[in-house]
Design a binder for this molecule. Structure first.
Ligand code: FES
Ligand SMILES: [Fe+2]
Length: 423
């Protein structure tokens, strides 16, 4: 459990809040690159860390992310004209480049210097790995650009998607770092004792703190197959990477694929979840069919979305279309879709979970470590120090992994070579 003050400290993300200032020290995912497909195309609305913004791709392909409202008389920049390397407010024609400088002010006399004095608030942004990244912190503290193995994987070997979550980011992040729940919430075969997650619902967890956050090793005893060991990484402030357990299921051979999520707070009560999956073998490109199968299994394929949004059709308003008969006979939740199950549980806690009322057990070790690291990092930022995970050198070569391990072997020998980035 947390004290009320700690829960507040970790969950509020607006400007000036401890967690808000912490998130602002990192490059963060602002949008999928595919949301801005063409130069001079339509701008998009963004809300990030409680701030309303507008993003556009300029004529030269570079990305601008600016205040949602014009500094003249606060007209919405979303309706602006994206042309000739700038976004022009259509109320009185003021135009701003990607750095926020006013480059044209046609409503003032031609010899006026007023335009040199006006700027629109703008944040640095760039595109890499299929994602548009934004830095919203103090300019003098801008860190090196992010560099994860999944960003370096070729686009042909990667799946990237984005889902709206109707809850505070920490509920999502904690769910993503909680291996134990997968034996229950994601149990797809209630009656099958041989199903990997049914064979041991109480994994042992070893958490190893590191420069970027932590890694943890969960070990399940799976009877005649020995041990099932899964290595996760938590990269601060809100990214998880995990071995692709599902590749081991359904009678299919293990596929060379890893998974992860990033949770980006929209504001205190809403989150965008970025879903990454990447193949680490040249010989295993991710086909559109494979990508669709994977996304559909998670309940987030295109047909699962309310058209034109990142919101899912199965949501709290319809109880995630829970099937109580299915719940009695087939699965714990009676809800279809792995991430739909997650959202039912995480969003169902309410917009901000009251962690003063929890009772944490041994399987919550990773959750406890996450909170310790985040609290420690908010203290570090308040003291003017750099938080963990700012330096890409700390995480650029780490990767997760999972596999069966013979009972007489040590997992670290068995996984040797698999825990270093291949791209
Ligand atoms: S409000 Fe934007 S130019 Fe006047
Ligand atoms: Fe889950």
């Amino acid at each position: 459990m947390l004290k009320a003050e700690e829960n507040e400290r970790l969950t509020r993300v607006g400007p000036g809040t401890p967690a808000g200032e912490l998130f602002r020290r990192y490059w963060q995912p602002a949008a999928l690159a595919s949301e801005l497909p063409e130069a001079d195309g339509a701008p998009i609305r963004l809300r990030l860390l409680g701030e309303d913004l507008v993003a556009f791709r300029a004529t030269d392909g570079s990305i601008g992310i600016v205040d949602a409202f014009c500094p003249h008389r606060r007209a919405p920049m979303f309706f602006g004209c994206n042309e000739e390397c700038g976004l022009r407010c259509v109320y009185h024609g003021w135009k701003f480049d990607t750095s926020g400088a006013c480059v044209d002010m046609p409503s003032e006399p031609a010899d006026s210097l007023f335009k040199t004095k006006v700027r629109i608030a703008a944040y640095p942004a760039f595109e890499a790995g299929g994602v548009i990244w934004i830095y919203m912190g103090p300019p003098e503290l801008e860190p090196p650009k992010p560099d994860y193995e999944w960003m370096r994987a070729p686009a042909t070997h990667r799946i990237l998607s984005k889902t709206f979550e109707d809850a505070n980011y920490l509920q999502g992040l904690e769910g993503g770092l909680d291996t134990s729940h997968s034996s229950f919430a994601h149990n797809e075969r209630l009656g099958d004792r041989n199903w990997i997650r049914n064979r041991d619902g109480a994994p042992r967890l070893d958490v190893h703190k590191s420069e970027y956050g932590y890694s943890y090793v969960s070990t399940r005893d799976v009877g005649e197959d020995g041990l099932y060991v899964r290595v996760y990484h938590y990269v601060m402030p809100a990214q998880q990477m995990r071995g692709s357990v599902t590749s081991l299921m359904g009678g299919r051979a293990k596929t060379p694929k890893l998974d992860g999520h990033m949770w980006m707070p929209i504001d205190d009560e809403h989150t965008y979840v970025y879903n990454m999956a990447w193949s680490y073998s040249d010989d295993f490109p991710i086909t559109p069919e494979y990508a669709h199968e994977w996304e559909a299994m998670n309940g987030r394929a295109e047909e699962d979305h309310i058209p034109g949004t990142f919101k899912l059709k199965k949501n709290l308003a319809n109880d995630y279309q829970i099937d109580r008969a299915r719940q009695k006979t087939q699965t714990f939740t009676g809800i279809v879709g792995i991430n739909t199950q997650d959202y039912a549980l995480q969003e169902g806690m309410g917009p901000i979970c009251d962690r003063t009322k929890e009772h944490l057990g041994t399987s919550d070790k990773a959750i406890i470590a996450t909170r310790q690291l985040l609290l420690e990092a908010t203290d570090a930022v308040a003291a003017g120090e750099a938080p963990r995970g700012i330096d890409p050198g700390a995480y650029r070569n780490v990767r997760p992994y999972d596999d069966y391990v013979p009972r007489d072997a040590h997992w670290s020998d068995h996984f040797k070579g698999e825990l270093l980035a291949k791209w």
